[in-house]
Design a protein around this ligand. Structure first.
Ligand SMILES: [Zn+2]
Length: 447
């Protein structure tokens, strides 16, 4: 028998933290950052969480004994199994005891490290750090997990590749010998690795799970674009642009990076990625992870800075085509440059020529802050005389794919998570032979 408790992702998108307890073991499936709850109280960078206990006090992190650093009042969990390297699925692991193993795919573990090596810690707590004086330091124990079951306590844990908008995403299966629990993480069936998601269904249906914890981000507002649609539409924009092409897309969406790299190649241009992206690619390569493109084919765009961080030095030393705003100014017709709102100070020196274009290739704004940022982006573009195009394909399953998944896996119970409308599943799945159980912060589920 297992007991499930939910400490995030409940009636909300992101912040998944699912505790699974068996007679002998305690596992967390993801331990994600709850952006929505944090924004209720904090406003970065002027008001950031200062201490772990503040986050617990405000109900942003769960008040659980024995899991955080310095608290020995109860045994710690046996492991945290991370589905993928989006921060809303792992970031507060920084507050957990360092000896708790963090388990995930090799790609996920290394993307987490790459992001940490070039970022700042929250509330002073590190997952890993990289400085000029001390080099790389990892504060956690990362364990790789794959399609060969790993035993943790009396759980047998298996992870299988699934398709999502970041590489290395995995679905997870847990078996305590009595109850089988499957967790999709974030998943899609219309992306370049749809076959991985289908193979995951194949495996999980054969294990006849009792519970399927399924993400439902796309249940209200799914767009029907695929990555090849993004390619075709962005290509049309680039074909009609004789100046600079600027493209905004999520940092670690390597599918989108590949799409723009391939469009650049087909149109006689070169894609410039950000310093952070270049560092992540170098880091992955150094760990023996095969990349979907040759780093040598990419340029790197460096924002103006008085002093470089350690990771930036590494990129400058390793990459042959690092460009400043002045360099981009001279090579506008040859480039597609990765460029977000936060790079806009550079646009004055780049001075995009008439006939330049901006392609926004990420999800549409869905919160007040995102609308404010979106308006700022449009103000900059209006000032620069650059039109805005929007082309995007989602990283999340479409509703009919979710239904087909439930039908194929055929669990006894479905638990919708990572969605603002879990109740919608009740009626939507009511013609299938499955019970829908809506999670809540307060109630535990036992199977
Ligand atoms: Zn995700």
């Amino acid at each position: 028998m297992v007991e499930l408790s939910f400490f995030g992702g409940v009636g909300e998108i992101g912040g998944n933290k699912i505790r699974v307890i068996s007679s002998e073991s305690q596992i967390f499936l993801d331990f994600g950052k709850n952006f929505a709850r944090e924004k209720e109280y904090f406003e970065e960078p002027f008001l950031s969480p200062r201490e772990l206990r503040h986050l617990i006090h405000l109900g942003i992190l769960p008040d659980l004994p024995g899991i955080y650093k310095g608290d020995d009042s109860a045994p710690p969990p046996d492991a945290v199994v991370v589905s993928h390297a989006h921060t809303d699925h792992y970031d507060p692991i920084r507050f957990l005891k360092d000896e708790i193993p963090i388990m995930g795919s090799k790609m996920t573990n290394n993307l987490i490290l790459a992001r940490e090596y070039c970022g700042l810690p929250q509330a002073g707590e590190f997952i890993a750090k990289f400085t000029k004086g001390n080099g790389r330091q990892c504060c956690k124990t990362f364990d790789e997990i794959g399609s060969k079951p790993v035993r943790v306590g009396n759980f047998e844990i298996t992870q299988y590749p699934v398709d999502h908008s970041i590489p290395g995403a995995r679905g997870t299966a847990l078996d305590d010998g009595e109850t089988r629990v499957v967790y999709t993480g974030d998943i899609r069936f219309h992306g370049p690795r749809a076959k991985d998601s289908m193979d995951f269904l194949e495996f999980t249906s054969s294990m006849e799970p009792d519970v399927l914890i399924v993400e439902g981000t796309g249940m209200q507002g799914s767009r029907m674009n695929r990555e090849e649609d993004v390619h075709a539409k962005a290509m049309e924009v680039v074909d009609h642009t004789n100046g600079l092409v600027l493209a905004g897309y999520p940092v670690f969406d390597f599918d989108r990076m590949s799409t723009f790299a391939s469009i650049a190649e087909d149109t006689g241009r070169k894609l410039a990625v950000s310093m952070k992206q270049a560092f992540a690619l170098l880091h992955l390569e150094s760990q023996g992870i095969r990349l979907p493109f040759d780093l040598g084919d990419l340029a790197v765009f460096e924002r103006f800075k008085q002093v470089r961080y350690a990771h930036e030095d590494e990129v400058v030393n390793a990459c042959s085509d690092v460009l400043t705003a002045e360099d981009v100014n001279r090579r506008q017709e040859e480039m597609i440059i990765t460029f977000t709102l936060f790079d806009m100070n550079e646009s004055i020196d780049i001075d995009p020529k008439p006939g330049s274009a901006y392609i926004l290739s990420s999800s549409e704004p869905f919160s007040e802050e995102m609308w404010i940022s979106y308006d700022r982006l449009r103000n900059w573009l209006k000032y620069l005389g650059i039109p805005l195009y929007q082309v995007h394909a989602s990283g999340h399953a479409r509703p009919h794919d979710i239904k087909e998944m439930v039908k194929r896996v055929s669990p006894k119970v479905v638990v919708p998570i990572h969605t603002e409308c879990p109740e919608l599943f009740n009626r939507y799945l009511s013609d299938l032979d499955v019970e829908v159980s809506i999670p809540s912060y307060e109630n535990k589920m036992r199977f």
